[in-house]
Write a protein that binds this ligand. Sequence first.
Ligand code: SME
Length: 164
Amino acid sequence: MSEKIIISTSNSKTEHYQQLLPQIEALIDLNCGWVANYANVCSAIQQYFNHWWCGFYLINKNNQLELGPFIGPVACTLIDYNKGVCGKAWAQSNTIVVPNVHEFEGHIACSSESNSEIVVPILHENKIVGVLDIDSKNFNTFDNIDQEYLENIAKILGKIPVNF
Ligand code: SME
């Protein structure tokens, strides 16, 4: 794998993702388990986009979402099924884009500075194993472009078994 992420100089979000995606594929190290790979992937996303918070919640043995590798301020450790944006994305097995977290019923505010959010489920062998969660300090940060590319990133991660 390459040791450096090359950052696109483009202002286009699509081009950013188009350059990031192959680098994420190259970053995946199948000699390692999921922790190393998930940790590198959230770091790579963050190097590109510099969001407020980027990380993972994984379904634990008590059937809750438990905080996994992330980059950003400290966050809530456990989230119940169907609670918050993460728990709802899990329950619905669908990406949820939240333009304004203050208008999302049941949103869990790990940080008062977050204003918009996207949560993307990660499936391994057709079974949801966790979610990718990204928070922004700005409103309306995430759209269908983020959804499309982050779902692709989730698909790449979904190839790696998670033992949690
Ligand atoms: N806002 C999330 C909780 C996790 S933090 O944003 C890192 C939610 O409502 O599920």
